[in-house]
Design a protein around this ligand. Structure first.
Ligand code: SF4
Ligand code: SF4
Length: 408
């Protein structure tokens, strides 16, 4: 079977799509012969059917067979230009070009038909990848090599969850009155050493995004690895919200609040609680005026998930509140905790800035002990999604701020 790549061209990427009606078509071939762009061809597709049999209807797989079809060519060189000659030629009104509102043609044409390059480390063949050189357990050696490595070495455990209540702590009192730690467990309910980062389904692409969801579920179900995935801003498909795999997903709420109407409406039908809620403050990777999802990427499924028309979608640079950003985020934080009855950890994510340590200190001293975690993302091109040239030349804000928080 031919390899399917995430970014291969499909008819839905082209500026014109061919609407072909197999019920009207007599397969005379006139349209194929008339198309000077060779944008359509005669092909063969496999078909199969299932029927019910017996007093208690039991599904039976019927025969498989091949049918001839008129197919649209999906190459840059032979794409349909919408001239309408095929429609004029067809004696049976069985074919016509239709403008594709979700075309990604400009991107593909610019790339000469090769897969879109999305930026980030995967694009370059350089030997010295910045992030690949980071050894997390020896973070101090990288950030401060002159210091004693043993004294400053630490591991990142990424605790995200609720602090265990006293009776659930792995502690016991020995006969001589000493407190013993029975198991070397961190004092939180959930520890996720690996979390797939927060790329929204609209920004990444549905196929790549869903592939990551499947990977997260597979790593948990099959290999027993506690991996979680953050949805990114923009919600997620309804079927995932209602599925048992929701427990591996961290739902993100960001400044655009996209997708949350759907999430709130789906709550009564959720089989599982999500792994967590992450409130993203600001746009770390896209400072300035915030993020923009171009209308060309707002396909029907994105419109459905976000409940928006086809238009440019702006994620503001910060949360919009009546009085202040803090007031808005605080309300959001409390209502998210209350909505899931304090079962689901609610964390905060900010960019790695000089204020990271102050925020961390404040969260640590939360009097209600309901802060689920603190996430730090990159700033000014310092995220994992940034081009390597940015990563190599803007420093490592995440690494240095994690270290600052650790030492706080
Ligand atoms: S509209 Fe024109 S270019 Fe497109 S398939 Fe028909 S004849 Fe070919
Ligand atoms: S010209 Fe019309 S009837 Fe003939 S093959 Fe094309 S679509 Fe079918």
């Amino acid at each position: 079977m031919e390899t399917v790549t995430v970014n291969e061209l499909t008819p839905n990427d082209l500026p014109w799509r061919i609407e072909w009606d197999p019920c009207r078509c007599k397969l005379c071939g006139s349209c194929v012969a008339a198309c000077t762009f060779q944008a359509i061809q005669v092909g063969v597709e496999a078909r199969s059917y299932t029927y019910a049999q017996g007093a208690v209807p039991t599904p039976v797989e019927g025969e498989r067979y091949a049918v001839p079809v008129i197919q649209q060519t999906t190459t840059v060189q032979n794409h349909c230009v919408g001239c309408g000659i095929c429609e004029k030629t067809c004696p049976n009104r069985a074919i016509r070009p239709q403008r594709n509102v979700d075309s990604r043609w400009e991107i593909f044409a610019r790339e000469g038909g090769s897969p879109i390059k999305r930026g980030g480390r995967a694009n370059l063949n350089a030997d010295d990848r910045t992030f690949d050189k980071i050894v997390v357990g020896r973070i101090s050696q990288m950030t401060d090599p002159s210091l004693d490595a043993e004294r400053h070495t630490f591991d990142i455990l990424a605790p995200f969850g609720r602090i265990l209540p006293a009776d659930k702590m792995p502690l016991s009192v020995s006969k001589d009155g000493k407190l013993n730690l029975d198991k070397a467990l961190p004092p939180v309910r959930w520890i996720y050493p690996l979390i797939f980062g927060d790329m929204s389904i609209g920004a990444l692409s549905p196929r790549a995004w869903e592939a990551l969801c499947l990977a997260a579920a597979c790593l948990n179900e099959k290999y027993n690895l506690p991996v979680r995935m953050c949805s990114g801003e923009g919600g997620m498909p309804l079927r995932l919200l209602k599925s048992k795999y929701l427990k591996y997903m961290i739902l993100q709420i960001a400044s655009g609040h996209f997708g949350w109407n759907r999430i709130v409406k789906a709550m009564p039908e959720m089989q599982e609680d999500p792994a967590g809620i992450l409130i993203k403050i600001g746009q770390g990777a896209k400072p300035g005026d915030g993020g923009l999802l171009m209308a060309a990427k707002v396909a029907p499924h994105i419109q459905a998930i976000r409940g928006v028309p086809k238009s440019d979608l702006l994620s503001p640079p910060n949360h919009q509140g009546l009085y202040s950003i803090e007031e808005s985020v605080q309300k959001m934080f409390l209502s998210m905790n209350a909505a899931f009855k304090f079962r689901v950890p609610v964390g905060i994510k900010t960019s790695a800035t000089a204020s990271s340590v102050s925020i961390y200190n404040n969260l640590l001293r939360d009097p209600y002990h309901i802060v689920g975690g603190y996430f730090i993302d990159g700033l000014y091109g310092g995220t994992g999604a940034a081009n390597e040239v940015s990563l190599d030349h803007t420093g490592h804000p995440i690494v240095s701020k994690i270290r600052d928080c650790y030492l706080a």
